[in-house]
Design a protein. Structure first.
Lengths: 238, 238
DNA sequence: CTGTTTATTTTGTGATCACAAAATTGAGAA
DNA sequence: TTCTCAATTTTGTGATCACAAAATAAACAG
């Protein structure tokens, strides 16, 4: 899945004379790498434990190792990637401690975020969320875990983004990057059919402009989605 | 303040033959740059709006621009540095919205963190915290804002670190990196003598193993430290 | 076949380079 | 002076290189 124009790669014609494509805009390559890796993490295409190598990712995306290095450093700072003591980078493994702490943090921050968002949400947003939720239902019954994760993220952050938050929102985004790869492995084990859709009540709360109801719906959604794991055997390995 | 051995810099002897120092260990240079910038931010030596340039920082620390690039990317991902649309990097400016949100996030996360830490804190920790607090008192009366900020960070995170948290702790660290530079400008304006020391009660709560009391003390400390700004004129500029 | 040791490959790290976009400076005209 | 525009410098970006540590593969001895 090359992300850059083919003229960009293998730019080695004459010595000490590197030809470069016009470069659509400043930092476009890094941005594309960043989005590619983020999407891969959020949709579970990067499995916990998976090794992430500079040259590997660079070749896979059709770019030089340079922008990949910077993106990896950024994602490592967000704890979305794990830099081992020997420098190797991998998708973090989940542990029981990490999981329960993420659950706690999500409940704390995402309920707050949804309350903040409430005052800026109107019926137009409710309709959009309804549309997304329909796609979510479809992804659940069809067992398309990747689509489910993408849409579920879209649903939640469509709400949170209305909060106009510049502090809490990035923190929550970091949390999602951390637990998403593990959730994907859970869906692979127990499927997606067991998922309960708590989104209907969230939409209803938004339509009624009831902040408390939205808070409860978000709480229920988080606890349903992640609490399920508690009954399945939390730690993937001891 | 060169951070690397003098043998490392100006390593340009013969063409295409770079001499390198034995390299104490893997990633040591980047780690030193990272700690240097983090300390500068946390102690307020980097003022909001200050431009952070690759070559500038690299030369100041006596390293090549390479490790600086990676560190900056990491700190930008933690919102500790602000990457403008044109690629320039600077210490973030504070706004009223950001400030109140940071305050809210601190109250949410740091109280939780202190409660988690309580069960692992013993009298040895209390004595250490007392020692730190004495130094804090001294820094306040002497008006040494930089020392105060360093010690205050040390005090809080000595507590939080006992929580053995791997999720919430990095989030809070990100918050401190974000508000520290601004706080320094406030201390420069109104001085440090107005600061109220709420740490005594926190230490007392730890000695008594009273989680609720610790929560209250941390809450009071945060609100005292940051609530003061509300009476001084929050936004540095509109 | 098993365990150990050596050779090979992979991989992160620091450094340097070339280039373009952007900011800054400088000169000249009104 | 003040404005405008060209020249210069600064700065981030992508690319490539050299090196060492680490991981893997390959020999080899038992």
């Amino acid at each position: 899945m090359p992300v850059a124009s083919s003229a960009n790669q293998t730019a080695k014609a004459s010595p000490s004379k590197t030809v470069r494509a016009p470069a659509a805009q400043r930092g476009a390559t890094r941005l594309q790498v960043d989005q590619a890796v983020r999407n891969a993490l959020l949709t579970g295409r990067f499995v916990p434990g998976k090794a992430v190598t500079l040259r590997g990712l660079a070749q896979e995306l059709g770019v030089s190792p340079m922008p990949v290095r910077e993106v990896i450093q950024g994602l490592a700072a967000e704890r979305a990637l794990d830099v081992k003591p020997n420098g190797r980078v991998q998708v973090p493994e989940m542990t029981a401690d990490r999981f329960s702490e993420i659950l706690k943090a999500r409940l704390l921050l995402e309920t707050e975020l949804s309350c903040m968002a409430m005052e800026n949400l109107d019926n137009t947003d409710a309709k959009e969320l309804t549309s997304i939720d329909l796609d979510i239902d479809e992804s659940i019954i069809s067992g398309n875990a990747e689509a489910y994760m993408r849409l579920n993220h879209l649903f939640h952050f469509r709400i949170y983004r209305a909060s106009n938050s510049s502090i809490l929102l990035p923190l929550v985004e970091s949390l999602w990057l951390q637990f998403a790869p593990y959730m994907r492995t859970v869906y692979g084990r127990v499927g997606t059919v067991n998922l309960i859709d708590q989104h209907k009540e969230a939409i209803h709360a938004i339509s009624n402009k009831n902040a408390d109801a939205l808070r409860n719906a978000i709480t229920a959604d988080i606890q349903d989605g992640m609490g399920m794991i508690g009954r399945e055997g939390l730690p993937p390995e001891a």
